[in-house]
Design a protein around this ligand. Sequence first.
Ligand SMILES: *[C@@H]1O[C@H](CO)[C@@H](O)[C@H](O)[C@H]1NC(C)=O
Ligand SMILES: *[C@@H]1O[C@H](CO)[C@@H](O)[C@H](O)[C@H]1NC(C)=O
Ligand SMILES: *[C@@H]1O[C@H](CO)[C@@H](O)[C@H](O)[C@H]1NC(C)=O
Ligand SMILES: *[C@@H]1O[C@H](CO)[C@@H](O)[C@H](O)[C@H]1NC(C)=O
Ligand SMILES: *[C@@H]1O[C@H](CO)[C@@H](O)[C@H](O)[C@H]1NC(C)=O
Ligand SMILES: *[C@@H]1O[C@H](CO)[C@@H](O)[C@H](O)[C@H]1NC(C)=O
Length: 431
Amino acid sequence: MPVTGHIALGFQLFNSLYLCVTAKAVFAHFMVQNSYSYTKDDWTNDIKAAQAIGIDGFALNTAVDSYEETKLVDAFSAADENSFKLFLSFDMTYSWQADDMVKLVKDHASSTSYYKWNGKHLVSTFGGDTEPNEFWETFKKDLKNANIPISLAPAFINYREPEDASHMFSNFTAIDGFFNWWSWPADEKEDLDTDTDLAYQKAISAANRSGPYIMSVSPWQFKELGDGQDWVEQCDTLWKYRWHQAVVDVKPDIVEIVTWNDYGESHYISEINPKVNLGDLAPLYVDGFNHTGWATMAKWYITWFKSGAKSGPTITKDRVIFWYRAHPKDITCDQGEKPRNSELPEDAVFAVSMLESDANITLTVGESTATFHAAKGIANGSVPFSKQDGHKPVVKIVRHGEVVKKGTGEMAINTTKCGYYNFNPFVGVLE
Ligand SMILES: *[C@@H]1O[C@H](CO)[C@@H](O)[C@H](O)[C@H]1NC(C)=O
Ligand SMILES: *[C@@H]1O[C@H](CO)[C@@H](O)[C@H](O)[C@H]1NC(C)=O
Ligand SMILES: *[C@@H]1O[C@H](CO)[C@@H](O)[C@H](O)[C@H]1NC(C)=O
Ligand SMILES: *[C@@H]1O[C@H](CO)[C@@H](O)[C@H](O)[C@H]1NC(C)=O
Ligand SMILES: *[C@@H]1O[C@H](CO)[C@@H](O)[C@H](O)[C@H]1NC(C)=O
Ligand SMILES: *[C@@H]1O[C@H](CO)[C@@H](O)[C@H](O)[C@H]1NC(C)=O
């Protein structure tokens, strides 16, 4: 019956379009401010490293500096060549003129790597809720008049409380989706919950908007830059439970890893590119504090997120990712101010095991030892710091009494002396 055939075909077409629109994507927030000394090869290296763990693209956090414009040309060119995606994320803590924002989107809109949501160019921000709705309306209209309809999913950072979600959409009629920046506990010991995520995710559809819900997932938050910019949040086990929240509880349209390369806030997951000039202070707590083990962990969660499966992918290689600060929290350092919330993190080595089959994981620092039973798949545990000075954590995977793998963290825990306040952890990998 030809009629039925047509209906079936139409339905199939509808289904595949629908699947195309809702494909889950993972982006990483990229600080273009840190690309000052970048060549195109640096962009290509970052793109390949990100692709190797399943990241689809970068959200380009762009400030107003003119050098960034020339760096973005390299970024889009490198992305085009590697089938990587990019979208602009305006850093609204800088004083952007709407015309300059329109120009920058126009400059790159025809690039094959510019990411589209629902057929429209995706544009995001950090902040921007201090601008009135008219600002965003004009910005969108100018682009639409240039034949570039956009989907605007900003991180309006003053919107964090779940109960403000519907207000935000009625106040800002111009926005299509939302990016929840808040991926750390708010100055408290308690783990972060998903109330904000679920409220803003729901508010998008309740307000009949068509933009994505972008959920941020971050491993850490610490900065020590003086002038009141000294703080840490309680992130000891955040990287594992936040990913779990994203994959299992929230299932956002897009996960945005915060960040790829914001070294100064200690939430980078990329290798530290030694070319990047971080000023005088950030290197004191960034240099030597490798975070790439967190990227290895993310790869597993990214695969799971995209699969939509009930449980995570099968693990075919035993690994333990572990992280720890280089000093106990009560130590007095020669320079800097004790960061706000310094009492919140535990003085401990935190470990996440990713195993082919069950094992016991033994963690040792000096005279302090703990063992946790780790089931096949992913599990976590920790061991308190030793009071003794200068020990490096030792991690063992033990099966039926036999040590299968053993490794030592490169960074010693210094309990007696500290040059500059540092709550940025070193991340090690046993594999
Ligand atoms: C705009 O937001 C404020 C603060 O959240 C709220 O009090 C006000 O009711 C909102 N306006 C509208 C029209 O929703
Ligand atoms: C959204 O659309 C539905 C169905 O068209 C309508 O009933 C509802 O009032 C709309 N909500 C808003 C906030 O516009
Ligand atoms: C594992 O992490 C969770 C938070 O995700 C924490 O509540 C729990 O105590 C940790 N388990 C161990 C054994 O450390
Ligand atoms: C602790 O740090 C101080 C100052 O940098 C250094 O002199 C000392 O050797 C360190 N202790 C250990 C055991 O590494
Ligand atoms: C882990 O340790 C417990 C207690 O010693 C032991 O009963 C169990 O067999 C061990 N599991 C494995 C997989 O080695
Ligand atoms: C960072 O750690 C990873 C995993 O342990 C390692 O492969 C890489 O070489 C380290 N990078 C540096 C610069 O030491």
